[in-house]
Design a protein around this ligand. Sequence first.
Ligand SMILES: [Zn+2]
Length: 474
Amino acid sequence: MSRSALGLVVGLAAVLAAFGTRQTHDGAKSIAIVGVTVVNPERDAAHAAMPDSTVVISGDRIIAVGPRASTKIPDGAARIDGHGRWLIPGMIDGHVHFFQSGNLYTRPDGADFNAVVPYAQEVARNKARLPATFKVWLASGVTSVIDVGGPFWNFDVRDAAAKSDAAPRVQVAGPLISMVDRKALELDDPPIIKIESPQAARDLVARELARKPDFIKVWFIHLPGTDLAAQEAIVKAAADAAHAAHVRLAVHATELDTAKAALRAGADYLVHSVFEEPVDDEFIALMRRNHAILCPTLFVPNGYRLMYSNRWQATPDEQRLADPQVLAMMHDLDKIPPDKIPPRVAKAMADRQPIKPPTVAEQNLRKLWDAGIPIDMGTDAGNVGTLHGPSVFREMALMRDAGLTPLEVLRTTTTNGALAMGRTDLGAIAPGKLADLVLLDADPLADVGNFSHAERVIKGGVVYDPKALIDSIR
Ligand SMILES: [Zn+2]
């Protein structure tokens, strides 16, 4: 072991001992990360990296950032050796769902495996497993997530995260205001509620506003033969009711005509890209008019395809950082008796259709980025084949494939993630910001693959060891 590596270990042992709990929040002690390369995602490529810097944290905030030679370290500060390491803001996933796990049983409306694992049992497991799910997010370097829709108990998830010793910051939406029903998901507290009139939309928004949602969410599924104008009126009623309460509207709309209708109705946040056709000037103009943010969510459709054809394979990041309990279920199709495999899945397993990259959505991402539309990173984690935590690395690799540089991808998941959350105290490394940080042992500006190299994750001034977080949930 090199001297600097040994120094890091010794320094961190002290830091973790002193700061392993929420006790740091009393602000009595400080932490200095010394000699690190600070990466500022909001800056241009020539000015993003600041080598040999020192970052000082007091309580849950960053209080100083500057050259190592001239940045004063408070007496008694715990020191973390930053030499040969990079510091990025804590990452933000702008699109997750805590009521889902990513396994086969989590969306019986997609393929019904109730004969293998009853859906009620799966949802109860997800609820009970929340402390572990929170930890996989932190272990992956993700210090904030937006849950854009689920049952009313989503609001309890936000409360649980806020009280937890090891959890990301969580924003939530409640049940989806939907154009279609999903009977298979209707337990006592449905995540998706079919709404058939503007008044019904206003009524559901009012029920959700009572729980102080961060977003109201619309699931805009336009089936052939249904009335798009009538649906747009429902979205507008939801948008107007949300906006009257200063809450923003998030919309799932993956076709160009529904996405435009959503924007005309007042959408602030599109949680998917348009997947099947190129976006046009009218779409871009509507995005600009609304100051809307777009989360491309590129991987999730292929997650379903890989799982239902039994070809899903964990990446090395997922093997290391995903919830081991969920990972152990990802190949259950190997052992489920054929008579219990739903027809859709049996067909997918037999056909083994080629898995194609989301080319059109990637082209749309590049076009929107070049047009200056704010893009944030999100996975739709919890959907079948998209795991909480390390699926961010699959998503960011696809954003790279779309033509974004590592710095641009980093900006989507920090600067623009904070924008999506409406938070000015997150997403940057500067005095006054919350101390949500990731210490990497590889250069994030060289390769998006290096984003998964977290040695330490810091949230609100509390230092976490990713490996210890995962070991604690085995
Ligand atoms: Zn979603």
